[in-house]
Design a protein around this ligand. Structure first.
Ligand code: ATP
Ligand code: MN
Ligand code: MN
Length: 301
């Protein structure tokens, strides 16, 4: 079972490694990748992930028996994760505080994997000031049957509309069906300002080009369109973190890309955990150095 082994083994090269039990358990039945493969992926990608994931409240998608069995979305825990997974108290709507999870190193990531985690989802804020969001995520959710070419066109369009507002943005293949457009921001506006900006941005798209976009969540209204999911920017919402694996067939991952590359991809699940070496190299290389980093503020519109 997935409990913390009594004596975690630390290997100091190059990252601290947590002992992983049941390494041969198949987590992705379609392609055969195991818990060991998943842990090795995260051990390799930890340096690429941590600049985005560290010190950010996270929700975990845990599938202890593999992605095809029961999975659950976890925001809180009662201390069962041990010393490498930390807690931050966050005020809930009812006024009480709840402890949320965060990690700040490779040992924290691997502890989560040991506990059956496949996906890491993060807040748009960091633990030292959870009331001051530091990024905006525009999550493009295509209706079933739409071509990925439509998603690419929409992402490029959104990039240029953001640019018209003075905002630099970055693209990420979600590992599922869509693309996330990520806008790093100075922490100088409230959650209300972020959510309101994102909502007005999405609704303006829907008005300007109703054939392609819809800002309303309902599946019925999405028919043949892309839902511009602005709701990721509300306090308490999360979005999948860069380089997180996805609990979907064949172990795809959320992959930051350069805007110049977007045209080359024919699906949002182009990279998988089997591409660890290539993903790490991309993240270190000129191509993606600076991805997700920009000093900018929300315009007053
Ligand atoms: P895709 O490209 O296939 O849409 P995605 O990661 O964007 O992949 P969405 O369904 O659009 O998937 O979800 C957007 C985000 O909403 C997720 O990344 C996650 O952070 C959050 N989310 C999804 N499911 C839940 C859930 N059951 N509870 C809470 N938050 C969720
Ligand atoms: Mn989505
Ligand atoms: Mn969505």
């Amino acid at each position: 079972e997935d409990v913390m082994p009594e004596k975690p083994v630390r290997v100091e090269s190059p990252t601290e490694i947590i002992a992983i039990s049941n390494r041969s358990r198949v987590i992705f039945p379609e392609s055969g990748q195991t818990k060991g493969n998943l842990a090795d992926y995260y051990a390799q990608l930890a340096p690429a992930m941590l600049p985005f994931l560290a010190n950010r409240p996270v929700s975990l998608v845990r599938c202890p028996q593999g992605r095809a069995k029961q999975c659950f979305f976890q925001k809180h825990d009662s201390g069962s994760f041990g010393e490498h997974v930390h807690h931050v108290p966050i005020r809930e709507k009812d006024g009480d505080s709840e402890d949320y999870l965060y990690v700040d190193d490779a040992a924290g990531i691997l502890t989560c994997v040991q506990m059956g985690t496949i996906e890491f989802h993060g807040w748009c804020a960091r633990t030292d000031d959870v009331e001051a969001p530091d990024r905006m995520v525009i999550d493009l959710d295509p209706d079933e049957g739409l071509d990925f070419a439509d998603v690419k066109r929409a992402a490029n369009d959104i990039r240029s509309r953001l640019s018209d507002l003075g905002l630099v943005s970055f693209a990420m293949l979600s590992g599922g069906k869509g693309v996330h457009v990520v806008v790093p921001l100075r922490r100088d506006h409230s959650w209300e300002a972020h959510a309101s900006f994102a909502e007005r941005f999405a609704k303006a798209l829907g008005m300007a080009d109703p054939e392609h976009y819809v800002a309303n969540m309902s599946k019925a209204k999405r028919k043949g369109r892309i839902f511009v999911d602005w709701l990721r920017n509300q306090r308490g919402s999360t979005a999948v973190m860069p380089y997180s694996a996805r609990a979907r067939a064949n172990a795809p991952v959320a992959a930051p890309i350069d805007w110049n590359e977007l045209d080359d991809f024919d699906k949002a699940s182009a990279f998988t955990i089997s591409d660890a070496a290539a993903l790490l190299k991309r993240s270190e290389g000129k191509l993606l150095r600076g991805w997700g980093v920009a000093e900018q503020s929300l315009p007053d519109v």
